[in-house]
Each structure stands twice: as structure tokens, then as C-alpha cells.
Design a protein around this ligand. Sequence first.
Ligand SMILES: [Zn+2]
Length: 366
Amino acid sequence: MRYRITGLIFSAIFYSFLLSFVNVVKTNAASALAAWQVTSDGILKFRTTPYVDLKAYYQSGYGQKGDRIWIDFPGELSQPRKITGNGPIKEIRLGKPYKDNTRLVVEFNPQVSLNPSNLRLLGTSPNLWELRFDGLNFNGLKNIGEGLLIKRTGQIAPRRSSLKSSNRLLKDYQSISLPTVQRDRFYIVIDPGHGGPDSGAVGINGLKETDVVLDISRTVARYLGDKGVKVLMTRSSEIDVGLNERVLIANRSNADAFVSIHANATRGFRRDVSGIESYFYTGFYGEKLASKIQNELLQVSPGSPDRGVRQSRFFVIRKTNMPAALIEVGFVTGRFDAKFLAKSSHRKKVAFAIAKGILNYLKETY
Ligand SMILES: [Zn+2]
């Protein structure tokens, strides 16, 4: 079970952002925060009574005050306290800003800069939560916390399945959690669209298709390499490779599959259009490859519309002589997609999804 909190509402005071309004099953929660921990890899985890409504906030630092986030819990704290931080974290405070309320504050050192758009509070089960401080330097950060995150007895112990899913989360987007195929048996051509003088589509805030797809493609190659799959890239830097040349490279390679990676754009620069598409030209295997990848892309792009698996006559998938798919990982011109595609953390998830789709295809085909 996974609750995702989205929505970043600007609030005028001190550049505060309201991170989330969680809307899950409502109960009259009398108490709330049961245990918390900041792990050495920069994740704030905590346990609450099940199905509480939480609000999380971000505030940028000023003067000697560092950036901070805080989360308000229903139910009054009995003992306000401060815990000295380490690494990038200056201090953690537990307070009661008003009656019947508990506030957990994580304050960072003044020189640390949080990116509020990277902050997501995730409910990993009805009573467990995670907030990742992606992109920070965690040097010197040691676990800090109070209480047991997993309560093994008592009525709010998570079910076996939620224990499993929270373990799985820890391994998210690491090669180890990708499907396994026979090592050194498969060969894949990855084709990052465009390159060099041909930047492909240019979207919101100058977001360039070529940059997005090259980064994603390199990461796909790394993931596949980790699983013992040989990868040939039609380009691995910002150079312009002609479509004919890409096809020649692929057809000479005798590879098992060809995957061309693109980001989409609308002609009229319509910011309201976002979504994920995968294309094949012909045949059962091309369609299967495109479908496997599309399924995984949708998993890592919640909220981005499913524009489907489609047939098309794009040159690189029409002329290649192996199962081929062309993937559109989202719209650089779309308000929703562009925000995600601009983030390296999201591009990594997209790469993971593409690698997973390819591995699933190999696994089920051979
Ligand atoms: Zn393109």
C-alpha cells in the first residue's frame, strides 16, 4: 500500500511551502507520532497511529537558521525536546506549537540547501512514512531516532505485507531489485534520440529532449550492464547521429532488441498535455517490448496520463531488423511532466522502469 502526496502549495510567509495534505481514511486520531528516525542515507522515517492526517511543511533558512521541514501530528506531545543533529542536520526538535498537536522539526545546517520540489512524503503502509532528502550530501550523517519503527507487538503492528513493502522500498531503483536474466546472453541497442546540434524538443524552462534522453539512456545502460546484459548505445555523448546511421549500427549488431528513447512535445507548446507513450512498428515482439516498457514507465510516473502503446512508422523502429520500440518518457512541454523530467531523481526512476521493462521482455520471451 502506498499513499503518495503531491501538490506543492505556495504560502507567502518566509517562503514556506505546504508540502502535503494527506487525504486518507479519516479517524478521530487521538495520538500520533510513535517513533521516528533519520537514517544515514538521508531518509526521515516515522511510525504513527494508522490513517492519520498529516501536514508537512518546508521553510527556507535565513541568517543563522537553516532550511527546515516540519510535520504536524494530531495529539499532544508530553515532553518537548531537542536532539542535536550530525552531518547536514543541525537539530531535530519535538514540540507542541499549540494544544493537541505534536510538531517534528528537522533543521539543516545554514549552508545546506534543500530543494523543496524534491520533497515527497510517502506513506509506505497505513502507519509508516518516509520523506527522502534527495540530492543532499549525507557525509557524516549517522542514524538519529527515537522508538521502534516496526512495532512487533500490539494492535498497530503492520501486517506482513506492509513489512515486505517497506523493505522493498529501501531497495527501490537499485539494480538488485531488477528482474534477473541469464548473464552474458542478451544484447540490447539503446538509442538516445537526437543529439548535438539537434536538441530535439525544447520545453518548459528550456528543458531539452536531448539532455533528458541521454541521461536516461546512460542510466538504462548501467542498469542493464549490472544485470549482465550487453548494451550498445547509438550515441553516448552530445553528437548528432543520423537516423540511417542509427539503424545501421543496430542492424550490424545482431542485438536482441532495439529501444529508442525520446521525450515528447506538443506542436503548439501546450502545457496542459502530458503523458507516456510507447511505439512499435510491427509484430508481436515489438508490441510486447513496447508494452512491457510502457507498463513500468506508468509505475514511476503517477499522475502522468497513459497515452498507450501505439503503432507507428518512425524510421528507426521501421528499419531495424530486430524487435524495436520507441519510448516517449513524457512531454518536455507539459507542465506536469516537465517538472519531473527536469529532476535527476525522476530520470533515474524512468531509467529503472525502462531497464525493468526490457528485462521483463527478455525474461518472458526467451
Ligand atoms: Zn524525439
